[in-house]
Structures are given as structure tokens and as C-alpha cells.
Design a protein around this ligand. Structure first.
Ligand code: SF4
Length: 102
């Protein structure tokens, strides 16, 4: 927000705040946690991109790094997905965030 002082000079009244949580706690001071802060869920292994730094970029090659992992490219089983959600609901608190990733 821009304001002017008695001399007509522009000055800022807004505060610059960090984009991260300033109430962060030192993990070593609070473990074990009753509820995880973040939960990552990978509902599918499919990906249409081929980022050069990622294993997915090699999945079309017979001897590519992806073939060495033994991972199948498939969607998560729906029952497993439901079970994960049920178990998340059993935590005493809400997780801060749930990230769905491929
Ligand atoms: S999984 Fe992510 S990093 Fe890998 S190719 Fe797909 S978009 Fe890129």
C-alpha cells in the first residue's frame, strides 16, 4: 500500500512477510508426532511428460533406468486409496497438507 507523508514523499505501510510459515517448530523438539505434517499420495504412476531428470523419461526404452526399478505403471488400487483416506482420518489432528503427486 502506498501512502504520502506531509512532504508528499511516498512511503510504504505494508509489511514484507516471508512466504514460509514463521511459526515453524524444530522437528527435533516435537517428535514423535501424533499426526504427520505432510502426507504424499501418488494415485497414479502415469505421466505424459519426459522431464530429463526423471525416471519417467526412460520408460519407453527397454534398457532405461525405469525398467530397472521393477515398478509397474498403473493407477493406485481404489481400495488402497480408500484405506489411506480412512487411516488419515484416524490421526488425532488434521495434517497440514496432503500432496497428490504422480
Ligand atoms: S513424473 Fe514429474 S518429473 Fe517425472 S516426467 Fe512426469 S512431470 Fe516430469
Amino acid at each position: 500500500m502506498r501512502n504520502f507523508n506531509v512532504l508528499g514523499e511516498v512511503f510504504m505501510t505494508g509489511k514484507i512477510k516471508p512466504s514460509y510459515d514463521t511459526n515453524r517448530k524444530r522437528l527435533a523438539d516435537i517428535i514423535p508426532l501424533s499426526t504427520p505434517f505432510t502426507i504424499f499420495i501418488e494415485p497414479t504412476r502415469y505421466c505424459n511428460f519426459k522431464c530429463f531428470y526423471c525416471l519417467h523419461s526412460t520408460k519407453d526404452y527397454k534398457d532405461g533406468e525405469w525398467s530397472k526399478t521393477g515398478y509397474e505403471i498403473k493407477h493406485m488400487d481404489e481400495k488402497l486409496y480408500d484405506k489411506i483416506l480412512e487411516n488419515i482420518c484416524k490421526f488425532p489432528n488434521k495434517p497440514k497438507r496432503i500432496v497428490f503427486q504422480d
